[in-house]
Design a protein around this ligand. Structure first.
Ligand code: E4P
Length: 219
């Protein structure tokens, strides 16, 4: 399973990249706003900065337009910024049309705001590179987000769709483990959830004992 980090914070992206296990970054307009990135030129430069921090990684950049023509114009501009850019498009009627256009024109895409198997089917048929089911937001309304990941993985495999299942709205470490077991191709996670994978009391106590024993004989 690939790891993306779900943030527009450059320090967190650098920290995740330094771990050596990062495959990409997802952003969205809310995450960009949280970092105070505003104005077209600054937003575009921020995407380029992210691409340069994660060489070879897939970097999702989301369109703001909601109409087909606007999505196409913005998506082309975003894709032209850097070869690593993946154009993120919402799962709406115009969004699906835009995904198909981008697929036909060799632009990689991430279909975002996906909450159902039917939406995932349309994303795959439009040739999206990634589909992003939002598991945390489903959990928030008492619906099993990870179960949706499992369903999409099974159905895509059954029909041989190439679209990669990118588990999004991951809120904590256990979500990552559940997505791994569900067969997600990618999980995009907050840094804290990724670092949570490292935590185990037996690792800490084992390391402490190893060092104490070493020091007993080595001084
Ligand atoms: C990623 O592509 C999504 O934009 C993100 O995971 C949404 O997460 P949230 O539901 O925690 O805002």
């Amino acid at each position: 399973m690939k790891f993306f980090i779900d943030t527009a914070n450059l320090d967190q992206i650098r920290e995740a990249q330094d771990l050596g296990v990062l495959d990409g970054v997802t952003t969205n307009p809310s995450l960009m706003a949280k970092e105070g990135i505003k104005g077209e030129a600054n937003i575009k430069q921020h995407y380029v900065d992210i691409c340069n921090i994660v060489p070879g990684g897939d970097i999702s950049a989301e369109v703001i337009a909601t109409d087909f023509a606007g999505m196409i114009r913005e998506g082309k501009e975003l894709a032209a910024l850097h070869p690593q850019i993946v154009v993120k498009v919402p799962c709406t009627k115009d969004g699906i049309k835009a995904l198909k256009y981008f697929t036909d024109n060799g632009i990689r895409t991430n279909c975002t705001l996906v909450f159902s198997l039917g939406q995932a089917l349309l994303a795959a048929k439009a040739g999206a590179t990634f589909v992003s089911p939002f598991i945390g937001r489903l959990d928030d309304i008492s619906t099993d987000g990870v179960a949706l990941i499992k369903e999409i993985v099974e159905v895509y495999s059954f029909y041989g769709y190439d679209t990669q299942v990118l588990a999004a709205s991951v809120r904590h470490t256990m979500h990552i483990i559940q997505c791994l077991k569900a067969g997600a191709d990618v999980a995009t996670c907050p840094l804290s959830a990724i670092l949570g994978l490292l935590k185990h009391p037996l690792t800490d106590s084992g390391l402490k004992t190893f060092l104490e024993d070493y020091n007993k004989v080595n001084g």
